[in-house]
Unconditional design. Sequence first.
Lengths: 343, 176
Amino acid sequence: MEFIIVKFVLVVVVFLVSLGIAAYSTYAERKIAAFLQDRVGPDRAGPFGLLQPLADGVKMFMKEEIIPTHADKGLFILGPSIMMMTACLTGVVIPWGSTLIINCTEYPVQITDLNIGILYIFGVVSIGVYGIMIGGWASNNKYSLMGAIRASSQMISYELAMGMSIIALVMMTGTLSIGEIVKQQQGMHWNVFVQPLGFVLFLICAFAECNRTPFDLPECETELVGVYHTEYSSMKLGFYLFAEYINMFISSAIISSLYFGGYNFPFIDQLGLPHNVLTLLGTLIFFGKVFFFIFFFMWIRWTLPRFRYDQLMHVGWRIMIPLALFNILLTAAIVLWQNGQFN
Amino acid sequence: MLNQNLPFMILATLSVFSALMVVLSRKPVHSVLYLIFCFFTIGGHYLLLNAQFLFAVHIIVYAGAIMVLFLFTLMFINLNKELEPHKTNLVKGAATIVAGTLLLIMVSTVTDTGNILPQQASTNEVGTVAVLGKKLYSDYVLPFEITSILLLAAMVGAVMIGKRIQIKIKHNEFNT
C-alpha cells in the first residue's frame, strides 16, 4: 500500500514539475532572448514579469476555439492530445534522484526503472510524430500538411542517428536501464568523457527532435505560415507549443542523466551527510544540470540561423549517420580491447 | 481466473475491434490510424507475455517507423471519393471466397491443435533483453545473421528502384 502511495505522489510531482518548468521555460526563453539582444523582455506582469506564463495561459484559454469546417474533427482534437500525452510520458523512466529512506524502506526517486528504459523513450518519441502528422493532415490545409510532412521526415531522419549514438553508449554500459546507467557514473565517471562523439551526436539529434533552431524547419513562418499548427487556435495551439517546452525539459533531463552523471556529483561520499539529504542534494544538482541544458537550447536558438531544408537532410543522412556508425565501430573496438580480445 | 484474464480480455477486444475498423473505415487515413492502434494493442499482448523487448521494438519499428511511412504516402496521394477505384462484383466475390478459405484454414489449424497448454508466461524471463540477446547471439546466430543479409538486400533493392526513376527523368529532360 505504502509503495503505491509513494509512486502516486512521485507521478503527481513529476507531472506538476514538468508542467511548471515548461511554463517557466517560456518566460526564460523570452528573458534570455531579451538578454542576448540587449532588451528588457517581459516585465509587466508581476515582479520582473514573473507572472507572465500565468497571463499567457489565461490568454490561451480565453481565446476563441476554432475548428475549420472541412477539418476532420476527431483527428483535429486528437493531434494536440497525442503531442501533450507523449511529452508527459517520458518523465516516467528518468531517475530524478538516488533513493529516499522512509520508515526504513528504500524508495528510488524514479517512477519505474524499466530494463528497456532507453527503448521506451524511443518508442514514445516515435509516437510523438503522429501528433504532428495527424494535426497537420486533419486541418485540411496545404501549409499544415506540408509542415507536418517536413516535421515528420525530419524527426524520422534524426531518430536514426539518435538511436545509433545511443547504441555506442549501451555497448559501453551494457544495460538499457537508465537508472543503472546513472548508477554507473558514480562521482565523476561521467559518460561524456568516454563518449564525447556520441554526446555531440545525441545533442544535435535532440535539437532536431525538439524542432528547435537551427532545426526548426517545421516552424519556419517565412515559408509555411504557421506550419502544422496553422489552423489551430486557443489552448489546442497552446498544447502544441507547450509540448515543445516539455520535450525540451525532458531532453535536457535525458542528456544530463545519460552523459552528465544524472544526480551524481564529485566527492559525494566525502560530505558525510545523511542519506536523504544527499539524495535531495543530488536531485538539486540534477536539476541544475537540466537547467543548464535548457539554457543551452535557448542560447543556440538566439545565436544560430536555421538550416535550409536540403542542408538539414544532408546533415542528417550524410554526416550524422556515418559519424554515428563510426562511433559504434570505435566503441566496439575499445570494448573488445578492454576485455583483452586483441592480446 | 476472471480477474487474471481481464487485461487480456480488454486488450483482445480492442485488437479485434481496431482490426475490424481497419477494413470498415471509409477514409484510408482512418484505416491506417486504426492499424496503428491495433499494433499498440498487440504490443500490449507482448507485455502480458513478459516480452518487454519485443514490445518496445514492435512499437518503435511497426507503429513508429513503418506506419509513419504508410501515413506519409496516403496523405500525399489524397484519395477522393470520385477517384476511388471500384472493383467489379466478380473480383469482390473472388476476394470474399479467398479470404473465407483462409479463415477456414486458420480456424481448422487452431481446432486441430487441441488444448494449447498455458505457458507460465508472466514468470519466464525469455522476453527480457539480456536473455533474448544471449539466445540470439548463441543458439540462433545463423538465422539472425541471415536475416540481416535479407534486410541488406531489401535496402539495396530500394535504393536501386529509387535510382532507376531518377535516371529516367534525366533521360526525358534530355530528349525534350
